[in-house]
Ligand binder design. Structure first.
Ligand code: AMP
Length: 553
């Protein structure tokens, strides 16, 4: 059995080293140390995740619940906790300080057993299942139990983990390499396993118990979402047709991505972030049941909401449907969703991802009714592509996707085999890491947001500019309410947020700048959309910023 104390020690060691190779070795050593049962849990904990991404479980703990639990454990008033967070700028350190200086902690649990990693996990699982009246208080009590059972030196990491913000710089890349190092298997196989199963814990346990051969056998699994294939920006119709020869042209629908798993009478729908959104979308489940004849299959497509004017409704409206937990039938009447399926990844026990697109398309057409399929045109004539492109724009969609008919389905990859073509200027998906309170009449609202791009090598977020939302008072207030719960620290009117929300931002130009950590700044940035369908790892990287910068010259 491994104690949480050991996990905290490992985190502490990692925090004090800089090079990612050294960090990888420490993580690998830790993976070797723990039991088979603990391994899946620690692969997630070390990245600051409590549950697998594909499960629809969330920790359900935000800064407010955390502050209350710390306040109760330490017997210090809430205000004092908030002040400590402001002073230290770190919720973990503030929690540890509070508990060390509080009255109750040490004497409280003398002689109690030490907290184990599995016990911490089970407690978080219990908290995540709590809903409804009184659940807030029960969550606080459960968290308080954990803090009271922990030693002071465990508190920093327990506190950060509870809000899934471990901040020790360990991301998916390091964990993948650490699995390879710990169990002496190839990195490529580990990466393949993760893309296919989207379950780092399963990959780690397979590597440990069955080595390379076990990893080779990992494949597409029904009811376990796999990462979605992504698109690149195409160079233009003529160039693309010249390069690909024949192209498969489809509308680029203005909607939200869905991956659908059907097994007998069971349907599961996963969002682009691979979250299970089935319960919010009963109408889509209904269409799948009535229009998909295959017994067991995984389908990929775009869900579109068509308004009364027959045009696609705003993207935010669709996301409202995805998030909805109550009054689902009323919203499904207001915002009816329609499926446009464009791919099939699995059929009756067999993975199809290694078949070329044109063969997958045949299987897709056999498995589903035409009414839920995206039309596809195979052509080598740029004029025909142009025609489809204009039709898509006239119908209110974004443009077209040009796909290589001979290409395989590459989970999680943004490659040259799917090219998107759309008229609007490129945007960046940036993580909101900070903000500022407004001035004058708007002192109670957050007036501007600090944005950052990702450095995939170090998992650091590099600031690149600020965007003022400049919308009406009501929307400003709505956004303020959303971000208020994510405040980690506050210094005069500067705020630091948990990096959870992605803004899609348009801009006039990218400039070199010493004002921001990324070395770049955006000229005239403008908020296009809040992308609650995207997760941190979907945000744009510093490489993409560099490419756009070079491209605009
Ligand atoms: P983007 O988000 O701009 O990188 O564009 C890729 C997204 O376009 C995919 O993730 C889908 O959600 C969406 N999309 C719409 N229509 C299609 C299509 N026919 N094929 C693939 N993706 C599509």
């Amino acid at each position: 059995m491994t104690f949480f104390e050991r996990f905290a020690q490992v985190c502490n060691t990692i925090e004090n080293i800089k090079g990612s190779l050294e960090i990888t070795s420490v993580v690998a050593g830790f993976f070797r140390e723990v039991s088979d049962e603990e391994l899946p849990i620690v692969t997630r904990f070390i990245m600051g995740h409590i549950f697998p991404v594909w499960s629809n479980k969330e920790s359900g703990i935000g800064p407010n619940i955390l502050y209350s639990a710390i306040s109760r454990t330490s017997s210090l008033p809430l205000k004092r906790i908030e002040k400590l967070v402001k002073e230290t700028g770190d919720i973990g350190i503030a929690s540890e300080k509070a508990i060390r200086s509080g009255k109750t902690h040490l004497s409280f649990f003398e002689g109690e057993e030490k907290l184990s990693i599995t016990e911490v996990y089970s407690r978080f699982e219990k908290i995540s299942g709590l809903e409804g009246k009184g659940s807030q208080d029960t969550k606080i009590k459960n968290l308080q139990y954990l803090f009271s059972s922990a030693k002071p030196e465990e508190i920093t990491f327990l506190s950060r983990l509870s809000i899934e913000e471990l901040r020790i710089g360990v991301g998916e890349g390091i964990v993948r390499n650490a699995i390879a190092e710990a169990f002496d298997v190839s990195r490529e196989l580990v990466e393949r396993g993760v893309l296919l199963t989207n379950d780092m814990g399963l990959v780690a346990v397979t590597a440990k118990k069955e080595g390379q051969t076990g990893l080779e056998k990992l494949g597409v699994v029904i009811n376990r979402p796999l990462k979605m294939m992504l698109a690149q920006i195409g160079p233009g119709i003529n160039e693309t047709v010249k390069e690909m020869g024949q192209v498969a042209v489809e509308w680029k629908f203005d909607g939200a991505r869905v991956q659908i798993h059907k097994e007998g009478n069971e349907v599961k729908i996963f969002s682009r972030k691979l979250e299970d959104v089935t319960l919010s979308l009963p109408d889509l489940v209904g269409s799948v049941m009535s229009k998909v004849s295959a017994a067991s299959t995984i389908l990929d497509g775009e869900a579109v909401a068509i308004g009364k004017d027959k045009r696609p409704m705003a993207f935010q409206e669709i996301l409202r449907r995805f998030r909805r937990k109550y009054d689902i039938s009323a919203t499904s009447i207001d915002i009816p969703l329609h499926l446009n399926l464009f791919d099939i990844l699995y059929l009756d026990g067999e993975s199809l991802i290694d078949l070329p697109l044109f063969e997958r398309r045949k299987k897709l057409e056999e498995a589903c009714d035409r009414s839920i399929l995206a039309d596809q045109t195979l052509t080598n004539d740029p004029l025909i592509v142009e025609k489809v492109y204009k039709e898509a724009l006239t119908a209110g969609h974004e443009g077209v996707m040009l796909k290589n008919p001979g290409s395989l389905y590459s989970p999680g990859k943004r490659g040259k085999n799917w090219l998107k073509l759309k008229p609007i200027m490129e945007t960046l998906d940036l993580v909101v890491v900070g903000g500022e309170w407004g001035e004058g009449r708007r002192t109670r609202t957050i007036g501007s947001y600090l944005l950052a791009c990702r450095d995939p090598d170090t998992d650091k977020l590099l600031p690149i500019g600020r965007v003022a939302t400049g919308i009406n008072d009501e929307q400003l207030q709505e956004m303020t309410n959303l971000f208020k719960d994510l405040i980690i620290s506050e210094n005069s009117n500067h705020l630091e947020f948990e990096p959870k929300i992605i803004f899609e931002v348009a801009f006039e130009e990218i400039q070199k700048s010493t004002n921001y950590g990324s070395g770049y700044a955006l000229r005239f940035p403008r908020l296009v959309n809040m992308r609650s369908d995207k997760s941190l790892e979907d945000s744009d990287s510093i490489e993409r910023v560099e490419q756009l910068y070079i491209g605009q010259k």
